[in-house]
Design a binder for this molecule. Structure first.
Ligand code: URA
Length: 217
């Protein structure tokens, strides 16, 4: 079977609106953070549609027994924000997945070589193989950081088919790299931009998502 990376850009007006706010260089940090929270919320809403495990049962309404579907509490749900910038989408994701465990991972890119290195990893030694993982990473530029994180997850028992990545701006180099390394993956993004410059920034993009979130310019 020929498995391919799936990338969805939901055509939702709220996603377009908050992307426009986040892209605008004149948007101050306080509003940028709100935009990222909203993008986290709506991208998560789209991403979990066929991913969140459910269980069919019955309830009694005041009038009669009735078929009912609940979220299955037996299946572990994990949210993985990639520090720093992934924290900007976390609040919106957590609003929809309040019972998910949050496993932080910190990855920094070398300023010149753009090589990623991990400086914090709160993953358990092994995940339950049923675990659904939602990664929050606003910018998929060269694909180095996300590939490193996927390596850490798969080494610990996660099946890429169980993973959803939410990202605000994605770009072809990252998507090509992920398609080669993890073709079973699914990504939900607000947009796919055309290029990545020599410094590893997406153009037009939205600038440095971490700096704009935390006001560190
Ligand atoms: N990380 C960012 O914050 N912005 C980019 O454009 C690329 C990576």
């Amino acid at each position: 079977m020929n498995v391919q990376l799936r990338v969805y850009v939901p055509p939702h007006p709220l996603i377009k609106h908050w992307l426009a706010v986040a892209r605008d260089a004149a948007t101050p940090s306080v509003l940028f953070r709100s935009a990222m929270t909203e993008l986290g919320r709506w991208l998560t809403y789209e991403a979990i549609r066929e991913w969140l495990p459910t269980i069919d049962t019955q309830v009694n309404t005041p009038l009669a027994p009735c078929a009912a579907t609940f979220i299955n509490p037996e299946v572990p749900i994990a949210v993985v924000p990639i520090l720093r910038a992934g924290l900007s989408l976390l609040e919106g994701s957590q609003a929809l997945l309040p019972l998910a465990a949050v496993y932080h991972i910190g990855v920094v890119r070398h300023e010149e070589t753009l090589e990623p290195s991990i400086y914090l990893n709160k993953f358990p030694e092994q995940f339950d193989p049923q675990t659904r993982v939602l990664i929050t990473e606003p910018m998929l530029a060269t694909g180095g950081t996300i590939t490193t994180v996927m390596g850490e997850l798969t080494q610990r028992g996660i099946d890429p088919a169980m993973v959803r990545i939410i990202s605000v701006v994605t770009s072809p180099p990252a998507l090509q790299k992920l398609n080669l390394a993890y073709p079973g993956l699914t990504i939900y993004a607000a947009t796919i931009d055309e290029t990545v410059n020599e410094k590893g920034y997406i153009v037009p993009g939205l600038g440095d998502a971490g700096d704009r979130t935390f006001g560190t310019f």
